[in-house]
Structures are given as structure tokens and as C-alpha cells.
Design a protein around this ligand. Structure first.
Ligand SMILES: *Cc1c(COP(=O)(O)O)cnc(C)c1O
Length: 743
């Protein structure tokens, strides 16, 4: 409604009917079709591509069950299935006329006309189209999501055998492909069904792209053969991580086996069409599919991958004669242990551009993870710093702040976010500070009312709202935040009369159901909250809340109400982050490490407007080389010792004193994220936060500087860069009234 410019009209229309639009909004399900930042980024990109008038499609899977709903019961995470389609989805339109077959299993045979993939099992891909309107430009793009449909003759042999009932029941097997989203964030799980999902999406999408290309004037047919000469000029396929990387061998297979192009021509077309965005450097997140699984499910693709790799290694050999170690390290095929295909290597080899998602991350790709590839083809490597759509993450979610910005600088900032910089001149203006402070206070009050209504928890709305929301992961260091909470608690207990800046610390996020440590971290946060919130000595000074079921609609309520944004990952682990940008745009101050896009945020606003702490990537590297011994920090800092001893000894789990021994063990023995090494500097930075909050004039000046400096982090800027520097097209926002606007 916002993008179509009909929000006011709809609001009014519902009001006339005696209905409240906010009540209606609460009834709508989140489309939880992603895990965390990666899927949310794609959604922001769709909004920006439509807004910039690009002829772009989003492709994905129409999961019947999205990311699970998180319930907290007795201080523990419980997962409930997300049956989001239960009452239907009014935004989607099935397009049975574009249904396509996808093949699995089978074998490869040699024929006179080349290789053929035969004896396969077929599953159909049914497209469902979802409209993506641009902002005020009368453009509507399409998000096309594939749903698995059993073929009519699936299990026909059972019909002949007479087991009709079983044959009908078995139709579910094929349709299981799009049943449920795998709930891991930043973690690779090499499951057969997951591989089938990835190929299902690639195969359906590529057929769809080629069908559309053939229908265009560029795919003109001479006799029976389509002319693919113009394909890479007309089609750009941006791989959002390696999850769709099978698009590369699939496009090769279609061009060679089906369209009968020679290998070299097919490979040239493929690499010029494809580009790869890397989203993580964490080794446990990188996709490495067992060859045995590919052999059974996608035998022809495995052959093609092997040949791509063979020809690539020939080029490596030519450039670096005799350097066998380099060849081994650049190969798509990993030979040590179970034989696997490294999908990142395949993606680099099969693409003309490779990018990271923040300046620091792109440097790490060039200097570390993909160093040898960078040495060989430096011009392939780019950076595209992530962004967020200002329509959802300011205009929609924070109307109070949007209104006062419009009063100062007009109403074009939602499509020209750089214009926010004009607010800088009012950063020290006491009157504007008062207005910005009032909006923040109203947003905090509204969120406090929601907490009381939905969860029955009472918070002090004048306390500092300190918020840490994102997927629960050791690298994101919710444990570091937890140590700060315990430290504050211990201080209050030690001297209840000491001056204290009241805080409400809120932590939220889902743990992958199979990630034991992440679930223990949630349990610890809830246990600490239980002790802190029920201690009469603590009173109104400190409250700790675990925010249940963190998701986009909750994020839209949190961001406007945040005073402090926690972005405290170990330097070098968070590729970019986008939550950091949402907070900044809504006037929260950041306490953060020099990681991901935090680095660029600090650069935009200046170090005076952000609380930076902790080791840099270089210092982390140094510590790793030297050898990290957590006991050095534990023995050298009495506050750390007290916190860890309390966790270890059952202070927060009196009914089960051993409950959190495992967590203490991680902190002291197995912590790959150096939590204790950053503790002291983190506490110091938090103390500076508390002191600054006492000076509301200073705090609001910083908040205004944050808002004013967030122009760079519009996903419009990100998409304009992808368009110009990878896709070879020129984006532009053109104001056009919707034909129906105002009616
Ligand atoms: C933005 C967003 C994320 C990503 O947050 P990070 O802090 O960048 O990890 C995850 N989940 C939801 C619901 C979001 O809106």
C-alpha cells in the first residue's frame, strides 16, 4: 500500500467500514521463507529493483512451512511448525500454464547426438507469482516461487499392481521437496532433501528464463536452433550465496545436451550470465556436497562439474606450472576424507563476477578465503555493501520519525536516502533533539505496552532500551552480552546505592533446532533474566527480557523503539549484517566491533557517534597465531572470573547446578570466537554508553547523526551498484502516479 501510494486511502476506507487497519495487519502471516539476514536481504533487493525500474525477477521456493515459530517454555526454545498457508495466501497467483518438469536420479548414456540423462524421476514445479510493486513508479515486478507437484502418473506401476491407495499416498513423496525450509542459518547440513530443493529451484528457474528468452526477439530461431549469442547481454543470473550454484552446471547441461551448443560456447555464455555473491566466510557454512550424493541424484551434473573443473585446472597448470598444491587448493573437488564438491569454487569458476557484501568482507575474500582465485583473476572480485529498503525500515515501521524528517527535508528521502545527510545541521539543535527524543519515547512506550499485553512483562519505558536481536549463533556472541548483564547484576548487588543508568536489555533470536549450544545460550539468557528480574535489590534498575519469536514483523516494532543496537560479533566473522543498518536508520546508537558493515557505518557517522570496541580483524589474527588461552583473561580479571564461576557453579540454575557447565567450558576451553578477549573493552564501552545516556542532549545529537549518516545503507544504492557494475544496466527511479491512486 505504501509503494502504491494508497496507504491513506486504504486506512480511511477500512475506517469507514468500522475496521482498524492495524488489527488487519496483525492477522497477516509473515512470509518466513528465509532464515535470517540472507532472505531478508533478498526481499529488500526485490523492493529496490522494482523501485529502480529494473526488469528483474526473484526466484525461490514456495515452502509450505517457513521458518518455525519459536515458543519459550520454562526458559527453553520449543519449535512449532509455521503453517503460514493455512488460511490461504491472497497475494499469490498460481500459474499452471508455466508449470515445468524437474528430473532427479537416473543415469547418463552416450548417443549419436551426445550425452543423455535418462530413466529419471520427474517432479513438476508449479510457479506461484507474487507482485512486487516499486515505490511510486507504477512498476510491478514478480517474485516467482516454485511448489513441487507430483506428476499425474507418479507411481503408475502401483496402479497396475492394484495398490491404488498406496499410490495416491506416495504422491506426497515428490511433493515433500517444497514442504519445509531448513532452519539453519550460516550452517551447511548435507541432507539429500536439501540438495533436491536446491536443484529443484535451479532447474525450474533456468527453464523459465530460457523459455522467456526464446519468446523474445533475441532468441530468434534459425531452423530449429535458438540463437544464444545475445543471452548473456539480456540475462543476468545473480546467485544469492551458493545455494543456487547448481544453476551453473544446469545451464551448461541445457546448452550442451539440449540445445547442442559446443562446450566452449556454452561455458562462455554461462560465465557471462552468472555472477556469485558470497555471504559468509565461516567454514561450517560453506556448501561442500558429497560426490556420492550428486552421483546418485544428479549424475549428469556431476560429470559437467568434473569437466568444468578439469578445464579450469588446465588453466591453473598453464599459469602456475608444477604448482600441484595450488591446483589441489583451487579444485572444486576435495579429495581428503569423503570426496566432496566445493560449491563456492564452482561458483567462482562459473561466474564473471564475485562479490562480498561489505568492504571488510570483500577484502577477506581476496586476502584469505579466495586468495588463490583472486591472484589468478583479480578483476573478477568486487564489493557490494549490503543495504536495507528505507520504505519498510523507516517509512512503514516508524511513521513518527518519518513525519518529522519530512517536515525538515521533504518527502523524497525514501528514494534518495542520501538526502538524510541534510539533517546533520540540526543535530545540535535543542528543538529538533526534543522532537526526535519525543518520537523515540513514544515508540518505546508503544513497545513497552506490547510487551505487557503480549508477554505480561513490565518494563520501565524511561530506561535505556538495549537490544540484541538476530539469529542465535556463537559467532554473534550473545554470550558476551550475557556476561555484561551478569556484570551489571553483580555491581548492583555489591553496591545497591551506586549510581546506575537503568537499562532494559532485550535479546531475541531463533536457534537452529539442531544447534545445541545456541539453545543452551537461550536457556542461559532466560535463567539470568529470571534471577535479575526477581531480585528486589535490583528493582527498576535492570530488566532482562528474551524476546520470543524474533521475525520481520517483530523487528518492525523493535527498531523504532531501540536506544542501543548490539552488533558485537568477533571481527572477521559477520560478513555484513543488515540488522545494524535498521537500528541506525531508526536513530539507535550502536555498540559494535569493527566487523562487517559496522566498519562502514562508523566511517559514515564518525567514531564520535558510535561505541566501537574490541579487537580488529588483524588483532584477532594475531591472537589466533599466538594461541588464545581463555584462562589468561579468566585469571587476570576478577569480574570475568566471578561471572564464569556463577555460570559454571549453578548460580543461575540452582535446581540443576550442572546445567551451564557446558557453556562455561566453551568460554574457557573451546571458544573459537574469543569472547573473553573482548570482555574488558566491551564493559568499558558499555560504561561509556551508560554515561552518555545520562546526557540526553549528547545522546540525541548522536542519534540524529546516526540517522543523517545512514544514506549509504539504502538497498537502492546497493542495487544500483549491482546493476551498473555486474548486470550492465542503468537503474533509475521515475515518479509515475499509479493509475488508481487516490480513487
Ligand atoms: C534484518 C534481520 C535479520 C538480520 O539481522 P543481523 O543482525 O544482520 O543478523 C535477521 N532476522 C530478521 C527477522 C531481520 O529482520
Amino acid at each position: 500500500m505504501i509503494n502504491l501510494g494508497i496507504q491513506g486511502a486504504c486506512d480511511e476506507a477500512l475506517y469507514q467500514l468500522g475496521l482498524d487497519i492495524e488489527e488487519l495487519e496483525d492477522l497477516e502471516e509473515d512470509a518466513g521463507l528465509g532464515n535470517g539476514g540472507l532472505g531478508r536481504l533478498a526481499a529488500c533487493f526485490l523492493d529496490s529493483m522494482a523501485t529502480l525500474g529494473l526488469a528483474a525477477y526473484g526466484y525461490g521456493i514456495r515452502y509450505e512451512y517457513g521458518i518455525f515459530a519459536q515458543k519459550i517454555r520454562n526458559g527453553e526454545q520449543k519449535e512449532e511448525p509455521d503453517d503460514w498457508l493455512r488460511y490461504g495466501n491472497p497475494w499469490e497467483k498460481a500459474r499452471p500454464e508455466y508449470m515445468l518438469p524437474v528430473n532427479f536420479f537416473g543415469r547418463v548414456i552416450d548417443t549419436d547426438e551426445g550425452k543423455k540423462w535418462v530413466d529419471t524421476q520427474v517432479v513438476f514445479a508449479m510457479p506461484y507469482d507474487n507482485p512486487i510493486p516499486g515505490y511510486g513508479n507504477n512498476v510491478v515486478n514478480t517474485l516467482r516461487l516454485w511448489s513441487a507437484k507430483s506428476p499425474i502418473d507418479f507411481n503408475l506401476k502401483f496402479f497396475n499392481d492394484g495398490d491404488y491407495i498406496q499410490a495416491v499416498l506416495d504422491r506426497n513423496l515428490a511433493e515433500n521437496i517444497s514442504r519445509v525450509l531448513y532452519p539453519n542459518d550460516n550452517f551447511f547440513e548435507g541432507k539429500e532433501l536439501r540438495l533436491k530443493q536446491e536443484y529443484f529451484m535451479c532447474a525450474a528457474t533456468l527453464q523459465d528464463i530460457i523459455r522467456r528468452y526464446k519468446a523474445s526477439k533475441f532468441g530468434s530461431r534459425e531452423a530449429v536452433r535458438t540463437d544464444f549469442k545475445h543471452f548473456p547481454d539480456k540475462v543476468a543470473i545473480q546467485l544469492n550465496d551458493t545455494h543456487p550454484s547448481l544453476a551453473i552446471p544446469e545451464l551448461m547441461r541445457i546448452l550442451i545436451d539440449v540445445e547442442k551448443l559446443p562446450w566452449d560456447e556454452a561455458f562462455d555464455i554461462t560465465t557471462r550470465a552468472c555472477a556469485y555473491t558470497n555471504h559468509t566466510v565461516l567454514p561450517e557454512a560453506l556448501e561442500r556436497w558429497p560426490v556420492s550424493l550428486l552421483q546418485s541424484i544428479l549424475p549428469r551434473h556431476l560429470e559437467i562439474i568434473y569437466h568444468i573443473n578439469f578445464l579450469f585446472l588446465e588453466k591453473v597448470k598453464e599459469k602456475y606450472p608444477g604448482d600441484m598444491d595450488r591446483m589441489r587448493r583451487m579444485s572444486c573437488v576435495e579429495e581428503e576424507g569423503e570426496k566432496r564438491i566445493n560449491m563456492a569454487h564452482l561458483s567462482i569458476i562459473g561466474s564473471h563476477a564475485v562479490n562480498g557484501v561489505a568492504a571488510l568482507h570483500s577484502e577477506i575474500l581476496k586476502n584469505d578465503l579466495f586468495k588463490l582465485f583472486y591472484e589468478m583473476e583479480p578483476n573478477k572480485f568486487q564489493n557490494k555493501t549490503n543495504g536495507i529498503t528505507p520504505r519498510r525500515w523507516l517509512l512503514l515501521c516508524n511513521p513518527g520519525l518519518s513525519d518529522i524528517i519530512c517536515e525538515k527535508i521533504g518527502d523524497e528521502w525514501p528514494v534518495h536516502l542520501d538526502q538524510l545527510v541534510a539533517l546533520k545541521k540540526w543535530a545540535k539543535d535543542a528543538n529538533f533533539q526534543r522532537i526526535v527524543g519525543k518520537v523515540k519515547q513514544e515508540n518505546k512506550l508503544r513497545f513497552a505496552q506490547l510487551l505487557e499485553k503480549e508477554y505480561g512483562v513490565k518494563v520501565n519505558p524511561s530506561s535505556l532500551f538495549d537490544i540484541h536481536v538476530k539469529r542465535i549463533h556463537e559467532y554473534k556472541r550473545q554470550l558476551l552480552n550475557c556476561l555484561h548483564i551478569i556484570t551489571l547484576y553483580n555491581r548492583i548487588k555489591k553496591d545497591p546505592t551506586a549510581k546506575f543508568t537503568p537499562r532494559t536489555i532485550m535479546i531475541g533470536g531463533k536457534a537452529a533446532p539442531g544447534y545445541h549450544t545456541a539453545k543452551q545460550i537461550i536457556k542461559l539468557i532466560c535463567a539470568v533474566a529470571n534471577v535479575v528480574n526477581n531480585d528486589p535489590i535490583v528493582g527498576d534498575k535492570l530488566k532482562v527480557i528474551f524476546l520470543e519469536n524474533y521475525r520481520v514483523t517483530l523487528a518492525e516494532k523493535i527498531m523504532p523503539a531501540a536506544d542501543l543496537s548490539e552488533q558485537i560479533s568477533t571481527a572477521g566473522t559477520e560478513a555484513s549484517g543488515t540488522g545494524n543498518m535498521k537500528f541506525m536508520l531508526n536513530g539507535a546508537l550502536t555498540i559494535g566491533t569493527m566487523d562487517g558493515a559496522n566498519v562502514e557505518m562508523a566511517e559514515e557517522m564518525g567514531l564520535d557517534n558510535i561505541f566501537i570496541f574490541g579487537m580488529t580483524v588483524e588483532q584477532v589474527e594475531e591472537l589466533k597465531k599466538k594461541g588464545y588461552n581463555a584462562y589468561d583473561y579468566y585469571n587476570g580479571n576478577a569480574d570475568i572470573k566471578q561471572c564464569v564461576d556463577q555460570i559454571q557453579g549453578g548460580f543461575f540454575s540452582p535446581s540443576n547446578p550442572n546445567e551451564f557447565k557446558g557453556i562455561a567450558d566453551i568460554l574457557l576451553k573451546y571458544d573459537g570466537y574469543y569472547t573473553l578477549a573482548d570482555y574488558a573493552d566491551y564493559i568499558k564501552a558499555q560504561d561509556k554508553v551508560s554515561a552518555t545516556y545520562q546526557n540526553q542532549g549528547k545522546w540525541l545529537e548522536m542519534a540524529i547523526n546516526n540517522i543523517a549518516s545512514s544514506g549509504k545503507f539504502s538497498s537502492d544504492r546497493t542495487i544500483a551498484e549491482y546493476a551498473r557494475e555486474i548486470w550492465g544496466v542503468e537503474p533509475s527511479w521515475e515518479k509515475l502516479p499509479s493509475p488508481n491512486a487516490g480513487n
